[in-house]
Design a protein around this ligand. Structure first.
Ligand code: NAD
Ligand code: MG
Length: 396
């Protein structure tokens, strides 16, 4: 039986992964090693019981008593805190879903690679912050990384049987997010609820806001470069409001291979779970006559500064991805907390990168994970200061 773990089991991707595992036989078909989550320990325990996991881990130290209580009598071990999370990643497994949100997902996935596991990677932040290290670690241990982000799963599938050297361009599609049709001058006043009203996809809160700002697409452009090894100039972004085409690969002969499907993450997750085979998946089938048409438009630079920033980050490379992601996470925290406006997020990220580019080794290639984590911490401090100075400029 395949041994599997889910990091971030209680999130949007985690729940979809759990759904697929249960449909494909649950504990009769998979031996579940570890499930991890955050505050929602009751749901975590439920999932752990349903899959008969060996251990359930909450990321919060103070969540242990509640998790223990929820698991009472089940025979499933309970653990809590960052160290327990990393220990769970050290438990050998054949297939691990990396679906923690943010840079917090980097270390567990990185550690799991040491055991030669197959890492189904939803946590795009891992590649953005530490792409070259992660890919090298996988190669060193004969581990495989399978992309789960829908765009990257689409590209991966469009590349099957093809030669990477024949790739001319990669076209990432973007829905444009919740605010794509808003007049520009209204964007600055967009509220949390408005940014969360995604037209097509149902996802976690953070990635949904990142879709509205296109920071999500900015991360995905970098993710594409790191995972597929193409040059930044080969990567394009196009707004495709219907989210039917999940991305495309263009070859040197002009042919384009596109991946189409319903906007349901269970496709990309199921592909990674069953790879290299295809299994029946519970996703809606496309009805082209009902769809009628698919439309496209170029992203507007003024509306989506994140895309321009991503280009600058790729040019610097080195530790710039780690700084970019950390600054974005802090800016997002403060937008969610009501401290800054929607359009301020890009300003905070830019200010952070500008401050760090002055003698902080932003362009240095990290030699180990600690270098990445140090830059992450430094950028968080710096972004925090940028938020404060913004607030003091605004409110005196
Ligand atoms: P989510 O917020 O719904 O779930 C996140 C999970 O991580 C939860 O289980 C939460 O408890 C856990 N978590 C949060 N912070 C943590 C921390 N500091 N330490 C340990 N665990 C922590 O997120 P999501 O939407 O499922 O996204 C997960 C990842 O997948 C993200 O990297 C996201 O960018 C990526 N992704 C998501 C989707 C989607 O459809 N939701 C699509 C593509 C990629
Ligand atoms: Mg995506």
């Amino acid at each position: 039986m395949r041994r599997i773990s889910i990091f971030g089991a209680t999130g949007s991707i985690g729940e979809s992964t759990f759904d697929l595992l249960m449909r494909q036989g649950g504990p009769a078909a998979f031996q579940t090693v570890a499930l991890t989550g955050g505050r929602n320990v009751v749901r975590l325990a439920e999932m752990a019981c349903a899959l008969r996991a060996e251990v359930a881990v909450t990321a919060h130290d103070d969540g242990l008593p509640a998790l223990r209580a929820a698991l009472a009598g089940s025979g499933i071990a309970a653990a809590a805190g960052r160290t327990a999370l990393l220990e769970a990643a050290d438990r050998p497994a054949d297939w691990i879903m990396s679906a923690i949100v943010g840079a917090a997902g980097l270390e567990p996935g990185f550690r799991a690679l040491r055991h030669g596991t197959t890492l189904a990677l939803a946590n795009k932040e891992s590649l953005v912050t530490a792409g070259p290290l992660l890919m090298a670690e996988a190669a060193r241990h004969g581990a495989r990384i399978l992309p789960v982000d829908s765009e990257h799963s689409a590209i991966f599938q469009a590349l099957v049987g093809e030669d990477l050297a024949a790739v001319e361009r990669i076209v990432l599609t973007a829905s444009g997010g919740a605010l794509r049709d808003w007049p520009l001058e209204r964007l600055a006043r967009a509220t949390l609820a408005e940014a969360l009203a995604h037209p097509n996809w149902s996802m976690g809160q953070r990635i949904t806001i990142d879709s509205a700002s296109m920071f999500n697409k900015a991360l995905e452009v970098i993710e594409t470069r790191e995972y597929f090894g193409v040059s930044p100039a080969q990567i394009e972004v196009i707004i495709h409001p219907e989210s039917i085409i999940h991305s495309m690969v263009g070859y040197r002969d002009g042919a384009i291979m596109a991946h189409l499907g319903a906007a349901d993450m269970r496709h990309a997750i199921g592909y990674a779970l069953n790879w290299p085979e295809r299994a029946d998946l519970p996703v809606a089938r496309l009805d082209f006559a009902a769809l009628g048409r698919l439309t496209f438009r170029a992203p507007d630079d003024a509306r989506y500064p994140a895309l321009r920033i991503a280009r600058e980050v790729m040019e610097v490379h080195g530790l710039a991805g780690a700084a970019f992601n950390a600054a974005k996470e802090i800016a997002l925290d403060h937008f969610i907390g009501g401290g800054i406006g929607f359009a301020d997020m890009a300003g905070v990220v830019e200010e952070t990168l500008a401050a760090l580019s002055r003698g902080n080794g932003l362009g240095n290639a990290p030699s180990c994970l600690e270098d990445v984590l140090a830059m992450d911490e430094c950028a968080r401090d710096c972004a925090g200061r940028a938020v404060q100075s913004l607030a003091s400029r605004r409110f005196g």
